[in-house]
Write a protein that binds this ligand. Structure first.
Ligand code: GLY
Length: 375
């Protein structure tokens, strides 16, 4: 019997399994298609500053801890596997198009400064000095040196290799049920009917976390899917690099982000719609993303549209993750990462590894217990 079964092989599940294995814990991951859902669709922004929301101070602390943990996490992964972890420390440029967009950008920047975050106001001309292909209509910007990006697909591939090298067993089956005895979780049941006994279970099932049979309804985390459509464009050699930093824009009241990768890929995201488990890419979503991208980056028209894909963010009522004890003994949550899954991967993995090994949830994670929702 493994010490720990991890339910879900997205970035959070893979990283948690890896950190546990490094600490000498025997781990099994169950996922029919590891890394192929939310982790595959994400744009991979590490954006604790540019995605800060009014009133989310505990989440900001967790996000900052994780952005600071990414370099060492990536270095350790790369040393073990010889593969890139996908971290690109480029900084982020937030830009505004019209005067109303500018007013919003400055209001957010004032809030970021009040929180002690590093942001620098730029004129439209200074924004274009940093990114010469921005539209002449861009009226101003804010430079955020601490927000970066990760190529999420590289990170998945490298974590898959890392878990393999670390002796983690990967079972390509879906967990349909958490098996319980009284108030204790004792194992999992798989799609093929097999069961696995486990010393502890970490449920990292992303948007499907509230669907696990066997967990009493009143203990399930209030996680719901929020659909996001994302485009992947290819920048022709002649126009490279179209962008050197992540660019976030408010363009005529709409938000869009553009994340460049070193190989010439430009990721444009993302829509946000509450449509349950629907992952169809809708024409309107693609239209809106391209409309806003070309408003701030006119060269968008000349790029090849390589992929349009939709994924599901695991959202919670307060936009923050659910970490640690579940109300069932031996079952821990690592879910609900909503817009911050790639960012929160290192800190979540470390928190869960520490909790499994010591039985104590680290202080940083205490605001994120499922019990905050009245469970
Ligand atoms: N963090 C970006 C998004 O969820 O769209």
């Amino acid at each position: 019997m493994p010490d720990v079964v991890v339910v879900g092989g997205g970035l959070i599940g893979l990283a948690t399994a890896w950190r546990l294995a490094v600490a000498g814990v025997e781990v099994t991951i169950c996922d029919p298609t590891p890394g192929a859902q939310t982790s595959n669709v994400a744009a991979g922004m590490l954006a604790p500053v540019t995605e800060v929301e009014f009133g989310e101070d505990d989440l900001l602390a967790l996000n900052l801890a994780s952005v600071n943990a990414w370099p060492a996490f990536a270095a350790e992964l790369e040393e073990l596997t010889g593969q890139p972890a996908g971290l690109h420390r480029t900084g982020t440029l937030s830009v505004a198009y019209d005067a109303d967009d500018m007013a919003l950008l400055r209001r957010v920047a004032d809030y970021q400064r009040r929180l002690g975050l590093e942001v620098e106001d730029l004129s439209g001309r200074d924004a274009r000095k940093r990114e010469p292909m921005l539209a002449t209509g861009v009226s101003g910007g804010v430079w955020v040196p601490g927000d970066h990006s990760v190529d999420n697909r590289q990170a998945v591939a490298t974590l898959l290799r890392a878990v393999e090298l670390s002796g983690v067993e990967l079972i390509r089956q879906r967990v349909t049920r958490i098996i319980t005895s009284g108030t204790t979780a004792t194992g999992v049941q798989l799609d093929n009917g097999e069961t696995i006994d486990a010393g502890q279970i970490v449920a990292a099932a992303g948007p499907w976390s509230a669907q696990l049979d066997g967990v009493p309804q009143e203990l399930r985390p209030p996680v719901r899917p929020v659909k996001g459509e994302v485009l992947r464009l290819r920048v022709p050699e002649a126009y490279r690099p179209a962008l050197q930093h992540t660019v976030r824009a408010t363009a005529r009241g709409f938000s869009v982000y553009l994340v460049p990768r070193p190989g010439g890929e430009l990721v444009v995201g993302a829509t946000s719609t509450e449509l349950g488990y629907d992952t169809r890419v809708l024409a309107g979503g693609v239209f809106n993303l391209l409309r806003d991208a070309r408003t701030v980056l006119p060269i968008t028209d000349e790029l090849e549209l390589v992929e349009a894909i939709a994924g599901l963010r695991p959202a919670t009522p307060d936009n923050a993750p659910v970490l640690g004890p579940s109300g069932l003994d031996r079952l821990l949550w690592a879910t609900g990462h909503y817009r911050n899954g790639v960012l929160l991967t290192p800190v979540t993995a470390q928190i869960l590894a520490d909790t499994v090994r010591t039985g104590n949830l680290p202080e940083l994670a205490k605001p994120f217990l499922v019990s905050r929702f009245g469970h």
